[in-house]
Ligand binder design. Sequence first.
Ligand SMILES: [Zn+2]
Ligand SMILES: [Zn+2]
Length: 383
Amino acid sequence: MSGPQTWAGDWIREEQEPNDPAMIPPAQPDTAEPQTGGTCREHGGQLLWFCFPDNKLICPQCRSRCLNHRTVPLAERAAHIRATAREARELVIQRLNLIRSVCDNEEQRLLEEIHAEEERAQQGILTQRAHWSQAAHKLSNIRSYLVDTLTELDDLSLVNSDEAIEERTEEAEGILEPQDSDKLNFNPNCVQSPMLNRLWASSMFCCSTVCEDLAFNMKTTGPLLALTEDKMLRFLQKKPKNYSDEPERFNHWPNCLANKSFQGGTHAWKVNVEKSGAYKLGVAYWSMARKGSGNDSRLGYNPNSWVFSRYDKDFCFSHNSEHQTVELLRSPKQIGVVLDFDLGELIFYDPIACVILYTHQTRFRHPVFPVFAVADETIALIQ
Ligand SMILES: [Zn+2]
Ligand SMILES: [Zn+2]
């Protein structure tokens, strides 16, 4: 399949093609003559040599002072640098080409999956249409037969054709739905691609401008949380804060909402969790309960919140009291959250290890707020 210009193809501009001779500088003749005629400021001599320990060009007179220094002719040094540059360029091109070809293959695979799924659904629709029109035809024949029988036969013949009538009735009842085309919808799972997801999440976090400029909404924080001077959210083990009891404040759990909500589009934010051994991150509806110690105000234990959490060595994703254990070899130092509101996708990502920790699909019905909980030390938003 050869589609239009692919996004992967745009990565490397045309003139950077490895085969383009313009990209590779013409080899310089290796002569001992300096090309620019640079002269030594101190002695006025031509700079014909390179001294390694001094890391500079020197003239023959300088060189007589560099007796114990390793020196090479200028041209040799220049050739070495050019060769190193060529190797570096080739490495970059090789890697970009590999990525490009992997992306092209994945693009083709996914587009073929989508096409196949579209065809399947389309075929199902045609099959059903044919089936139902055939069924309608059959039923209309049976109806005509029955009407004729009832109107044209005398009582005796009618009684005698009892069996035939029953047969026809059974035939009518036997018209069932076609079994081979029960799925007339487009299956969106056909575009599930672990590679694309990973690249997508990496791109979100590599491009720092994509990350939301968030802050903790201190009017919502529970009494065991405080904001430190360097804007970290700290768990207070012993002395609860005496916050005023606003309606939006969690008055039991150590929870905190962000100052922003999202109701469409794609958003990403990053949290430094390196210092904390117990935290939760995710999203919640504003309507989530704030008061008391019940599940309705506990993150991940009600229908209004979705969180990834750590407790000591255990990681899990929780929503509505359903907990999905996440096996991790190493505790992430940072966690990135990607929210695709329209698609209903929530991705938890380790931006340092470039690993997707957990992906959850749902349908958000209201705006969601980034949400946090801390039960050990501190966490911080990374801007
Ligand atoms: Zn000199
Ligand atoms: Zn020297």
